[in-house]
Design a protein around this ligand. Sequence first.
Ligand SMILES: Nc1ncnc2c1ncn2[C@@H]1O[C@H](COP(=O)(O)OP(=O)(O)O)[C@@H](O)[C@H]1O
Ligand SMILES: [Mg+2]
Length: 240
Amino acid sequence: MVRLVQVSASYQPAAAAGYATEVDRVLNNISFHIKKGESVALIGANGAGKTSLFLALAGILPLTGGSIFIDGVALSKRTIKTARRKIGFVFQNPDDQLFMSRVYDDVLFGLLNIGVAEEEAHIRVRNALAKLGAGHLADRSPFRLSGGEKRLCALAAVLVMEPEIVFFDEPTAFLDPKSQRAASEVIQALPLTKLIATHDLAFARTLCDRALILRSGSLVADGDPATLFDDAGNMSLWGL
Ligand SMILES: Nc1ncnc2c1ncn2[C@@H]1O[C@H](COP(=O)(O)OP(=O)(O)O)[C@@H](O)[C@H]1O
Ligand SMILES: [Mg+2]
């Protein structure tokens, strides 16, 4: 469903012209395949390239090499719009995602934007909020919610679009333990294809089928989370 073939990317303008050395690359020759329905953890120290990988998947960070395939279709300027319909992104900071003065309007915005009829859109918004246990937040201002509440609303705004694949960037960051557990349960219950960047190894171990480990922009391991995390020598080598 999501296939990367030797993907490289760089923030350095020189790289776009083909002069990138390995050191300049924020993503270095990354290949992996996520199957439909899989739940995959993306693990890596701060600066390893997790967010950059999501930006590449969103078509925001241009590739300097390799290809990304969504449902077998290579991402390009021509295909990005169709691909984005299948993909949901939950950003690290919900403040980057919520901008209306009412939660309800934030969740509604994306649907109206893609031309869903008003009546259907309102039904979907109410369902999405209810499903996440956030119905009572509909009339609140996103800016006056707790971290956990904000995250639920950001998640509702993504799920209402009915994506097939969702990329989560550190979904339990900045949350207290109780909200972390609540967010984890909500994510686990979603019957979707998921790639979840996280520092929470316990979360990855229990909720993910697989873990990808990034170190300095390179994919250094891809396998069963428990097996990978129990190898103390490798974990310290990877800066984890
Ligand atoms: N906009 C940017 N311009 C230049 N370098 C960046 C930019 N964003 C991130 N980087 C660099 O890319 C590397 C990977 O960052 P990031 O993808 O945010 O890592 P992670 O999400 O794993 O913490 C870091 O060295 C970071 O400093
Ligand atoms: Mg990040």
